[in-house]
Write a protein that binds this ligand. Structure first.
Ligand code: EPZ
Length: 430
């Protein structure tokens, strides 16, 4: 079983390149099957989730050619089925984007119910409500969700909650529906905008993505395109916090600073210096960190996907901080692990009360999910002594070459599999 072995205590210093956004790549890859013409997508992150989705697309006949590590060419003219039930696809949340894409193009889809990180109950009622409003019959049976429409007709849909997944899924289904669809209370995340831009580059007519009202005029077909995915806001934010917790100086390159504003604001509040340029941000943490309060919210609020990394920093900040998680109810599962490193955190409902401590100490930990796993790596890098982290397959779902990028900044971290490799690492760094 692969684990990360970490020797903490080094300030991370240097430059790191951010890859394409996982949560934009997933719907964009799925939407590529909505045309019979060939689509080229650049800046696709090479992570477990995108690879699982590509495998699922291939299982129904999409031809996917990798031009290089981050560029794929997709031709879906030979799609021969609309049923996706392979076991591997169950594990990823984004499997449900294939429902929106298949429904939009073929008016028919049958996909295993989505899994994904265990961060709370993850209903899909708003996706179903949107599809039904467009004229779809939706049924859930034997672990499969099936959606079928004689024809899709534009509709006016008011989302009861702001949902990234539902906004994206309804947008894909509506692109080739007859007439106009309006999605109110839509999610405004950069990846929602990126998908809309991608679909528009294929000939769709989507306006208002990035605001809370999206208007879609149905078109009869979509065509080929070449498209580059936006940089990953959460990967960037994770490295920004790596600078904060290790008292480092990191320039995070290839980012859109606008997408990072809520993260930047919190880093400044806790005492870091942040310099922005056109496509990079530099985070310098030269002073002791201060406490603050933070509440996760849909974009442009502070992202739930950055909550554990923020908590790791607040755990080392002077004073008492309060973190409120308002999106997913089960996103504090890393707190027990951090406590083993000496953190002083009490969770009450959706709130964590954090009393800053002077240091963390290395321990054996388990990554509970993707972002919490990355946050524990940051804690290990800040801690005194050795930290071992298992279940790192969660981290690999969303971070490409995480340990290599950290090493490039001076981190002492290694992916290890055997006791011998662990001993070798300890010998090397001690
Ligand atoms: C996306 O999940 C991301 N996943 C998550 O990132 C991210 O944490 C989340 O958006 C919030 O930003 C992908 O993009 C693949 P939601 P999603 O629908 O779409 C409720 C990561 O680490 N809701 O915006 O599943 C829901 O329970 C992952 O990369 C309903 O009630 O999230 C939650 O409270 C983890 N009914 C809120 O809305 C619905 O039908 C927001 O969820 C749908 C959602």
């Amino acid at each position: 079983m692969e684990q990360y072995a970490i020797k903490g205590g080094n300030p991370l210093v240097g430059e790191v390149e951010i890859g394409g956004a996982k949560n934009a790549a997933l719907p964009i890859l799925a939407a590529a099957i909505m045309t019979d013409e060939t689509v080229v997508i650049e800046n696709v992150p090479d992570v477990k989730d995108t690879n699982a989705l590509i495998q699922a697309m291939e299982s129904i006949g999409a031809i996917v050619e990798r031009i290089d590590r981050h560029t794929v060419k997709i031709n879906a003219s030979q799609i021969h089925g609309h049923v996706i039930e392979d076991d591997f696809i169950k594990k990823i949340r984004a499997s449900y984007y294939l429902i929106g894409a298949l429904l939009g193009k073929y008016k028919k889809a049958e996909v295993v119910l989505p899994g994904g990180c265990n961060i709370g109950s993850r209903p899909i009622d708003q996706h179903i409500k949107g599809w039904k409003a467009l004229g779809t019959q939706v049924d859930i049976a034997h672990g499969l969700i099936s959606a079928e429409a004689a024809e899709l007709k534009g509709s006016h849909i008011y989302m009861d909650v702001v949902s990234v997944g539902a906004t994206i899924n309804v947008m894909m289904a509506a692109v080739m529906a007859e007439g106009q669809t309006i999605i109110e209370n839509a999610a405004k995340e950069p990846h929602v905008v990126d998908l809309a831009n991608f679909l528009n580059s294929m000939g769709a007519n989507i306006k208002g993505a990035g605001t809370d009202v999206i208007r879609i005029k149905g078109v009869t077909s979509l065509h080929k395109t070449e498209y580059t995915i936006i940089p990953d806001q959460i990967e960037a934010g994770t490295f920004m916090f790596a600078a904060a917790v290790t008292k480092g100086d990191i320039t995070v390159k290839n980012v859109i600073p606008k997408h990072l504003e809520s993260i930047t604001a919190k880093l400044i509040e806790i005492g870091c210096e942040v310099e922005e340029s056109d496509d990079a941000v530099r985070v310098v943490a030269s002073k002791p960190l201060n406490h603050t309060h933070v509440k996760t919210l849909p974009y442009p609020g502070f992202p739930t996907d950055m909550q554990p990394q923020m908590a790791v920093a607040l755990g080392l900040s002077q004073g008492t901080s309060i973190v409120t998680e308002s999106i997913f109810e089960n996103r504090f599962r890393y707190v027990d692990e951090l406590t083993r490193m000496g953190a002083n955190i009490k969770v009450e409902g959706n709130t964590a009360i954090i009393n800053g401590v002077g240091r963390y100490t290395g321990a054996s930990l388990s990554a509970p999910d993707l972002r919490a796993g990355a946050a524990l790596v940051l804690a290990g890098l800040a801690a005194e002594g050795f930290t071992m982290i298992d279940e790192i397959q969660y981290i690999q779902r969303g971070y490409e070459d995480f340990e290599l990028k950290l090493k490039g900044l001076g981190a002492q971290i290694e992916k290890v599999e055997t006791e011998r490799e662990i001993q070798k690492f300890k010998f090397k760094v001690s």
